[in-house]
Ligand binder design. Structure first.
Ligand SMILES: CC(C)(COP(=O)(O)OP(=O)(O)OC[C@H]1O[C@@H](n2cnc3c(N)ncnc32)[C@H](O)[C@@H]1OP(=O)(O)O)[C@@H](O)C(=O)NCCC(=O)NCCS
Length: 329
């Protein structure tokens, strides 16, 4: 048997644009109302990145905070994983641009695209490299600038999204047990329910794709909603079973912030109390891959998580995908 290390999240960081877009402003842009948005989604406002900045810029700010909090210098990073569905460019990976802006020369860097589940996918990938002793200091960033791929004339999607970035440093753990169980899944049959149709090799950009707004997110909200509630409950049960724990032992459960009604429906099925499910969707909307690391960072910063606490994170999104991690902090 080879050596096997425990893996913990040793620090967190986040970055949010300063510009707020409220429901009141959206009322002037599309046929919607504050009432509809709040009652159907729980969202009151979201952040929008100014056009001179891009995903890598926000990612770098969140990464610097996570590195500072871990007392780590950029040259000490062994691997950079960026989870994003809104990379700076199709090629090269945003992780390489982040590496350059951080001056973390030489370490491997790559992107993963698992939609809103991307950060959790990234955590699980990073965990493997530490567990098998390949790397020690791994930066995992979830960043999405969904405002750039949002059709601002489509009321069924444009009210939902916001921009943001969150980062963590993964390291071997000497004391806490760290990651206890993980679960990743994908259902490619549902790919069509949440996609950006054009701009890839299937439908390269041309005048028609631009005219027909095929570079924006197209979503079948009801299908995603049904998938989300079921897969969240299933994933949490898998995580608990694998680690031999019961749901009452969880200190906090971080769910992807896509819709307050999804969180509420999953919570009721799991029969756990609302104070165990932190929520920030009212302030930030759905930040895709940034949703979970931002929520985690806020809770760490506010002192809601202590060494030894059991926490779980579950995200779902385009793919369709779902990912979960249960760990001892
Ligand atoms: C998108 C979502 C909020 C829509 O809520 P919903 O309760 O399912 O609403 P429906 O799509 O059934 O639409 C109900 C009505 O509201 C209307 N509507 C949609 N968006 C609206 C808006 N922003 N303002 C006012 N009315 C709106 C619809 O046109 C529809 O009208 P109709 O009955 O006259 O056809 C919901 O399906 C959802 O959150 N799904 C999951 C999406 C998600 O999380 N995606 C990201 C995953 S990572």
């Amino acid at each position: 048997m080879g050596e096997h290390l425990n893996v913990r999240i040793s620090s967190t960081g986040m970055a949010l644009p300063g510009k707020r877009l409220t429901n009141m402003t959206l009322e002037k842009m599309v046929d919607t109302s504050d009432d509809w948005i709040v009652s159907r989604t729980g969202i009151k406002e979201r952040r929008i990145l100014d056009e001179q900045w891009s995903a890598s810029d926000l990612a770098v700010v969140s990464a610097r905070e996570a590195l500072d909090n871990a007392d780590l210098k950029p040259h000490e990073i062994d691997l950079i994983i960026v989870a994003t569905a809104t990379p700076d460019h199709l090629v090269p990976a945003t992780a390489c641009i982040v590496q350059s802006k951080l001056n973390a020369f030489g370490c491997p860097a790559f992107d993963i695209n698992a939609g809103c589940s991307g950060f959790v996918y990234g955590l699980v990938i990073g965990q493997q490299f530490i567990e098998n002793c390949t790397y020690k200091n791994i930066l995992v960033i979830g960043v999405d600038i969904l405002s750039r791929i949002t059709n601002w004339e489509d009321r069924s999607t444009c009210v939902l999204f916001g921009d943001g970035a969150g980062a963590v440093v993964l390291q071997p753990s000497n004391d806490a047990k760290g990651v206890l169980s993980v679960s990743l899944m994908a259902d490619g049959e549902g790919a069509e329910h949440l996609m950006v149709p054009a701009g890839g090799s299937y439908m390269p950009a041309n005048e028609n794709t631009v005219k027909n707004k095929l570079h924006f997110v197209k979503m079948n909200g009801n299908e995603v909603f049904k998938f989300a509630v079921n897969i969240v409950v299933e994933t949490i049960n898998i995580l608990l079973n694998k680690s031999g724990l019961s749901i009452d032992q969880l200190h906090l459960l971080f769910l992807h912030q896509a819709n307050h009604r999804i969180i509420e429906a999953a919570r009721k099925k799991l029969n756990i109390s609302p104070h165990k499910l932190p929520v920030n969707i009212e302030r930030f909307g759905n930040m895709s891959a940034a949703s979970i690391p931002v929520l985690l960072h806020e809770n760490v910063r506010e002192g809601h998580i202590e060494r030894g606490d059991l926490i779980a994170m579950v995200a779902f999104g385009a793919g369709l995908t779902c990912g979960g991690v249960l760990l001892e902090w």
